[in-house]
Design a protein around this ligand. Structure first.
Ligand code: 6GU
Length: 247
């Protein structure tokens, strides 16, 4: 997968050299390219923002540097058929909320481009114009406000990147994790079996795999009902087995 990230703080994206995502890059599974938006300005002050029409607080990112950088990104052609266009993700608290399903969908794409806005956002005409060259998707991490898209991009690239075949060493670890089945993950324990006078749940020492699986599934329901009742309400009846019960 190819990933391009445009930002006025390219140093933020240095974290993509680390850990699993860094290794995936070195292994050739991920081709990540970070672009400094200021290199696409032509004035002495390398201006990327200006005051908003209509007034109001803050600054708005100017259209010109954005169109220059986006025009130079491979595959961004007006002639491209809609399903051959790169996906342009615009991180914004005004976007659709990112989730594991979206991460899976994006992991199927060949080319993702992230446009990190700062200040009050990017001139809306850029987003309209980009719609003729990219499959544009405004995406939010949740209902709170960050100063810019960079931290959101780190989260999204990690969530998407780990779903690309070969990035996570043991693909089984992707099956039993929070949100893979619409529920939160069950609690986990490791040695010693008793720590600070706290034993682990005895079922985990029983060697009875069916009992352990049932206990884990029940714990998933209990935890999800307590912490995320919205996820219980959204469960597909078909996803439940006959022993699943309301907790
Ligand atoms: Cl994706 N961007 C910004 N700037 N703020 C956010 C966000 C994204 N998601 C939640 N808050």
């Amino acid at each position: 997968m190819r990933i391009d990230v445009v930002s006025i703080f390219p140093e933020y994206l240095a974290a993509l050299d680390l850990s699993l995502i860094g290794k995936a890059r070195r292994d050739g599974l991920l081709d990540v390219n970070v672009h400094d938006l200021r290199e696409y300005t032509h004035d002495r002050h390398r201006t990327v923002d200006d005051t908003p029409y209509g007034g109001g607080a803050g600054m708005v990112m100017k259209a010109e540097p954005w169109s220059e950088v986006l025009n130079g990104i491979r595959g961004a052609r007006e002639s491209a058929a809609p399903d051959e266009r790169p996906v342009l993700i615009v991180p914004s608290p005004a976007g659709a909320v990112f989730n594991q399903k979206m991460a899976h969908d994006l992991a199927e794409e060949e080319h993702l481009v992230f446009a990190c806005g700062r200040y009050e956002g990017i001139d809306e005409r850029v987003v309209e114009w980009a719609g003729e060259r990219f499959d544009v998707r405004p995406v939010s991490l949740g209902d709170y406000v960050l100063n810019g898209g960079e931290v959101a991009v780190l989260a999204m690239v990690e969530a998407v990147g780990r779903l690309i075949p070969g990035v996570v060493g043991n693909p089984e670890s992707l099956v039993e994790e929070s949100h893979s089945d619409g529920l939160l993950e069950y609690p986990v324990y490791t040695k010693p079996s008793e720590w600070n006078e706290r034993p682990i749940p005895e079922v985990l020492l029983s060697g009875n795999h069916a009992r352990i699986a049932r206990w884990r599934r029940d714990e998933q329901f209990r935890r999800t009902a307590q912490r995320r009742p919205d996820l219980i309400a959204a469960l597909e009846p078909a996803a439940l087995d006959k022993d699943d019960r309301e907790v």
